[in-house]
Design a binder for this molecule. Structure first.
Ligand code: IFM
Length: 440
């Protein structure tokens, strides 16, 4: 095999989100949601999670040992602003310390400002359905950027806006558990505007900051390649889930169901310095005449295909493991002519051999994308630590590092060792693949 070499300075690391790892988050809407029966698999609550709020110094030292040079995490809005207009200096200092610790270890911080959780006070005002959320989020952004801005180069205002709108406001599976098609699109519109206000606020405070738009993308291919209905609905899902929000951001114009007010055109148009991709799996779409809510398509995993979160016991629909998908999506994102980062990619499984293979194959495809001229600057794995996987609770494990939630003991999995060797070499070569007994 030909060696797959990554550019000098390429970012290697992992990603987490506050509510999934910190523990003790009691001022956000997820905390309220978790207490309701039947919302989380096996009735668990996030509780202490990985206790990363207290253990971050040791966790970061471990990441350093594993040759990570970047780390994505989120700042919990409900900690920093636990009550409307009250900003906690204690919590701001906590995140200053988090960033200082990373910088000391020469691990580049990438900061997310909203990752699925909203302060209870904001949720009580209607959360992301209330148009005022955009001003509230901008205010929170300004407080953080003023306090921490000079030490952070890479920012992501909002994690996965479309996924959030679907799961939290259309399907009701995530907090705050609301349902409704139009409601979901209203939320995407508000998130797009909030992203743009946050983008401009961060740039005003620190013009050198790089602020990216985050998109969870899936590959939608027809289940039956020659069936015109499958082709049509797969295309519609790709447009609706992947492309509309990206094109609304790029042009500042309403696209598909996403409405952008004319007065907001200049605010939104081009409000991103990089695109950040979260990629997990492919959906093979079959025409489903009785599924209007899913644009008449249904995702079907072809028989014998590897699935993206084997080992899960939950109800979550599975996707098909499809490493070349990451290449195809990076190519799609290249049309916006901005740098690209993969900021989530992983598999929820207790089988670490399957994870290692998944990671190796996806990273190889990222390497191929770079070789073919795409400007990819980093790969951050989801996730560094096993953590609270939202409605799936603690059963679905995505970490490179195993966490025993009883004792808080961390154990490095083989995948983490593979990743560490790869980050150190900055390439995939025969010796690496042989050592970990993996084929591409
Ligand atoms: O755990 C989530 C994360 O919070 C957002 N992206 C997908 C991950 C795996 O489901």
């Amino acid at each position: 095999m030909e060696k797959i070499v990554f550019p000098k300075g390429f970012l290697w690391g992992g990603a987490t989100a506050a509510h999934q790892v910190e523990g003790g988050n009691v001022n956000n809407d997820w905390f309220i949601f978790e207490q309701k029966p039947g919302k989380i698999l096996n009735g668990v609550v996030s509780g202490d999670s990985c206790d990363h709020y207290n253990r971050f110094p040791e966790d970061f030292k471990l990441l350093k040992k594993l040759n990570h040079n970047a780390h994505r995490f989120s700042i919990e809005w409900s900690r920093v602003e636990p009550a409307k207009d009250y900003f906690s200096t204690v919590e701001i200092d906590h995140y200053k310390e988090v960033i200082k610790t990373l910088k000391k270890l020469k691990i580049e911080p990438m900061v997310t400002l909203h990752h699925f959780t909203t302060p209870v006070w904001m949720a009580n005002l209607g959360g992301w359905e209330n148009p005022d959320v955009v001003n509230r989020f901008e205010k929170f952004t300004r407080v953080i950027a003023e306090a921490l801005g000079k030490d952070v180069k890479l920012w992501i205002p909002i994690n996965e806006p479309v996924v959030y709108a679907i799961l939290s406001f259309m399907d009701g599976e995530y907090a705050p558990g609301k349902k409704g098609f139009l409601r979901g699109f209203k939320v995407i519109g508000n998130m797009l505007k909030a992203h743009a206000l946050s983008y401009r606020a961060i740039k005003e405070i620190n013009p050198k900051a790089q602020v990216g738009f985050n998109k969870h993308m899936r590959v939608f291919d027809p289940l039956r390649e020659d069936n015109s209905w499958d082709i049509r609905v797969a295309g519609a899902q790709d447009k609706n889930f992947n492309m509309d929000v990206l094109n609304a951001l790029n042009t500042g114009k309403s696209t598909g169901q996403i409405k952008v007010a004319k007065k907001d055109k200049d605010l939104i148009k081009g409000a991103f310095d990089f695109m950040s991709l979260n990629y997990y799996a492919r959906d093979r779409i079959k025409f489903a005449p009785f599924s209007p809510g899913r644009l008449f398509g249904k995702a079907v995993v072809p028989e014998g295909a590897e699935t993206s979160h084997e080992g899960a016991t939950g109800e979550r629909p599975e996707g098909e493991v499809y490493p070349h998908g990451i290449y195809r999506l990076l190519k799609t994102l290249s049309q916006y002519k901005k740098p690209l980062y993969v900021v989530e990619n992983g598999i929820g499984t207790n089988n670490d051999k399957a994870r290692l293979k998944y990671v190796a194959r996806h990273i190889a495809e990222v390497g191929n994308a770079i070789k073919d001229g795409m400007d990819v600057r980093g790969y951050l794995h989801w996730s560094t630590l096993d953590n609270f996987e939202w409605a799936e609770g603690y059963d679905m494990r995505f970490g490179m590092i195993h966490v025993d939630f009883e004792t808080q003991k961390r154990t490095v999995k083989e995948t983490a060792k593979f990743f560490s060797d790869l980050a150190k070499k900055n390439c995939i070569d025969k010796a690496l693949l042989k050592k970990y007994e993996v084929t591409l």
